[in-house]
Design a protein around this ligand. Structure first.
Ligand SMILES: NC(=O)c1ccc[n+]([C@@H]2O[C@H](COP(=O)([O-])OP(=O)(O)OC[C@H]3O[C@@H](n4cnc5c(N)ncnc54)[C@H](O)[C@@H]3O)[C@@H](O)[C@H]2O)c1
Length: 440
């Protein structure tokens, strides 16, 4: 393989590492760069520092061979540079923070040469690739974009927990500066993915990513809002949703949830809101959706406290057992970023000193740092006054609730936020009160 085909991936987070491993698996020589020494040390020792199915195996297979890690950009050897650093939202201003990208660009500038290809993969506000990244490279290197170096944006759309499969089998959208850039980028991505979608320019590709994620956030907000209405009316949202969707292909109303977590859906709509503000376009739909999704977990927390109080229980002494700390249960992940379970615990903590937690994937120390004591599922049910299932992890399914609840305090409030259990069946257990999101 010629050096011009070697790839430097900048940012070894969830996204950069899964892409780097996929490229290595495709036989490409890959240099993974991260500013975090601990991350680099861990990966150099072939230890994956987060859970993603199959990733540890790829690291063992290719690590130290065609996949190496460093805090420094390799000296003048790569033909491709793919930027995968984070783009969090500033909680104060609600605007995306782009300094990680700027730093990443500064770090590669000394190594760029004629003929190189640079791809931005991080989620960014529209215009960032062309107006910020390409310009920084031009002024830092003296090279002309589209002529001396090739450039484009390829959004990352994989789902955590199934990212390695999706890198290869969901379409990759390519937005490039010009035809030559598109050919270069397609040449690399076609080595591991056969479904390449070409959009007319970089800006279309940038907006694809934001529109994708905002669409999901808005539909989830719709379900969560309807669920709240159903709770007030004494109806069951899940029954209504299933009846609406049943053999009626025009609808696909999503399930309600205890809020929307994760690093992407909680942030990307804000990038769109910021754009709408600049364009002076009404963005109430997007903002309202975000607000609904952010409020959902507090609605749940209030419900738990109200129900305990209505049963005459001493809230402070009540034992609340929470299952599921990762921001989602399936596909399985250890990612806790913006997990609504943390919001739930923060809300409950001032009222209740008896919080217990379980997660099949998240490390015990992380659960404990949230303020909940860790325990097994059977220990959690023991003497519990309320049990809340916060994500749909497979270990939460198919449990013998009747048996587990026999060791709980009476009655047990069982909040099955993902409708994992048959409520009619649970209603027959004399000590259990069944509830979910969308069913009071
Ligand atoms: N996590 C997801 O599922 C997902 C999905 C689609 C898109 N994205 C987008 O991909 C981007 C990366 O997300 P992530 O979840 O991998 O982020 P992350 O925070 O897990 O990883 C970012 C990594 O970049 C490193 N880094 C920061 N500045 C650097 C620099 N100058 N040079 C080298 N390394 C640097 C950090 O140390 C960190 O390890 C974000 O824009 C995100 O919105 C993420």
């Amino acid at each position: 393989m010629m050096k011009k085909d070697e790839v430097c991936v900048i940012g070894m987070g969830f996204i950069g590492l899964t892409l780097a491993a996929t490229l290595a698996e495709a036989g490409i020589k890959v240099f993974g760069v991260d500013v975090n020494q601990e991350v680099v040390d861990s990966l150099s020792e072939k230890r994956c520092y987060f859970y993603e199915p199959g990733l540890a195996e790829l690291l063992i297979k290719y690590g130290g061979r065609n996949l190496t890690f460093s805090t420094n950009i390799p000296d003048n050897s790569c033909g491709y540079y793919i930027i995968c650093v984070g783009t969090p939202i500033d909680p104060g201003t609600g605007k995306p923070r782009l300094e990680y990208i700027q730093n990443a660009v500064r770090s590669i500038i000394p190594f760029l040469k004629k003929g190189d290809t640079i791809v931005l993969r991080s989620t960014v506000p529209m215009g960032t690739s062309r107006n910020m990244v390409a310009r920084m490279i031009e002024s830092g290197t003296g090279l002309v974009s589209g002529k001396d170096f090739y450039f484009g944006f390829v959004p990352e759309r994989t789902v955590e927990g199934n990212a390695l499969y999706e890198q290869k089998f969901i379409p990759q959208i390519i937005g490039a500066l010009n035809k030559e850039s598109e050919t270069k980028i397609a040449g690399l991505f076609s080595k591991f993915n056969k479904q390449l979608i070409h959009v007319p320019d970089i800006e279309h590709a940038e907006l694809c990513k934001i529109i994708d994620n905002t669409y999901r956030d808005v539909t989830f907000a719709y379900a969560n809002q309807m669920a709240m209405i159903c709770e007030e009316l004494g109806l069951d949202f899940n029954i209504i949703r299933q009846a609406c969707n049943n053999n009626y292909t025009r609808n696909n109303i999503p399930a309600a949830s205890p809020g929307v977590g994760g690093a992407c859906l909680t942030k990307d709509p804000y990038i769109l809101i910021d754009l709408c503000n600049k364009l002076e376009i009404n963005m109430e739909l997007i903002r309202s959706a975000r607000k609904i999704n952010e409020a959902t977990v507090f609605h749940l927390a209030k419900k738990v406290l109200n129900r305990l109080a209505a049963l005459g229980k001493n809230i402070c002494a009540s034992k609340i057992f929470i299952m599921g700390f990762a921001f989602k249960g399936e596909p399985e992940t250890s990612d806790m970023r913006f997990s609504t379970t943390i919001d739930l615990i923060n809300y409950l903590k001032p009222f209740c000193s008896n919080l217990y937690g379980y997660d099949a994937v998240v490390a015990k120390e992380i659960i404990e740092s949230s303020g909940a004591r860790t325990c097994s599922i059977s220990e959690g049910f023991k003497n519990a006054d309320a049990v809340i299932i916060m994500n749909s992890h497979m270990s939460h399914k198919g449990l013998n609730i009747n048996k587990l609840a026999s060791s709980s305090n009476t009655p047990l409030i069982f909040i099955d936020c993902w409708n994992l259990y048959d409520k009619e069946k649970i209603a027959k257990y004399k000590n259990v009160i069944y509830s979910s999101v969308g069913l009071y």
